[in-house]
Design a protein around this ligand. Structure first.
Ligand SMILES: [Ca+2]
Ligand SMILES: [Ca+2]
Length: 234
């Protein structure tokens, strides 16, 4: 909910009315940002709590240019690769442009190959089909002020680069994300499905309270983002 304030001051010694118009002061403390935490019938906890795991698929509500930027207007995962069938996993944010899929454990394997660098779980939603210039934004509730290591659960078809912003300020610059390509895997599409976790991709400072966090795909893309772990180090 937005509150707008209009203050009119009569300046001493002047016939002019000084109008101080403070527009767009959002009651959530995020200035002019109009996005809101994601919620649906399964997830209703509001802003994601830090420290903890930030689920990449729960980027804010608010649409293109506000809560995310995507290169096209369709979801290549939900309703695309994963045909609409009434299920939560196949229809998750189906009408939004951000491309979302989920980890599939099956035979023959997809996300459950021996080529995973770390153990992964099934049915984990993730943001995929990423391209340079795309981003997703999250309202976060930072419970403890301090220094945080950021860990990333991801796949990368090639070496890529991402960056992170807090309250729209770039706090990391471009960060290299190592490829998870495995030559020994001869199934071409699975080069997007070798999961890896880096526990200290970046280190950032966070103040306590409600703020925004943004994941930017900077170079190459073709990365899948499952979650970002915020670990308080001091
Ligand atoms: Ca898309
Ligand atoms: Ca996830």
């Amino acid at each position: 909910m937005k509150r707008k304030y209009l203050s009119i001051l009569v300046c001493p010694g002047s016939i002019a009315l000084c109008l101080i118009i403070i527009l767009g002061c959002n009651s959530n403390g995020l200035g002019t940002y109009s996005g809101t935490p994601y919620e649906d019938s399964v997830y209703g906890e509001g802003a994601q709590i830090i420290p903890g795991k930030l689920q990449c698929e729960y980027y804010d509500q608010g649409g293109e240019g506000i809560a995310f930027h995507d290169s096209d207007s369709v979801n290549s995962g939900s309703g695309g690769l994963n045909k609409a069938d009434g299920s939560y996993l196949h229809e998750f944010r189906i009408h939004e442009a951000v491309d979302i899929s989920y980890t599939k454990f099956q035979d023959p394997p997809i996300d459950n190959t021996p080529y995973n660098f770390v153990e992964q779980e099934k049915d984990q939603l993730y943001v995929g089909w990423t391209e340079p210039g795309e981003w997703t934004k999250y309202t976060i509730h930072v419970d403890k002020e301090g220094t945080y290591d950021l860990g990333l659960m991801y796949t990368a078809n090639q070496d890529g680069k991402i960056s992170f912003s807090v309250n729209d300020l770039d706090v990391t610059g471009p960060i290299e994300v190592p490829s998870t390509f495995v030559v020994a895997d001869t199934v071409a599409f699975r080069q997007w499905h070798h999961w890896n976790y880096i526990d200290k991709l970046a280190q950032i400072q966070l103040k306590k309270g409600i703020q925004t966090f943004t994941i930017h795909t900077v170079e190459i893309g073709s990365m899948n983002y499952e979650f970002v772990n915020f670990k308080l180090v001091n």
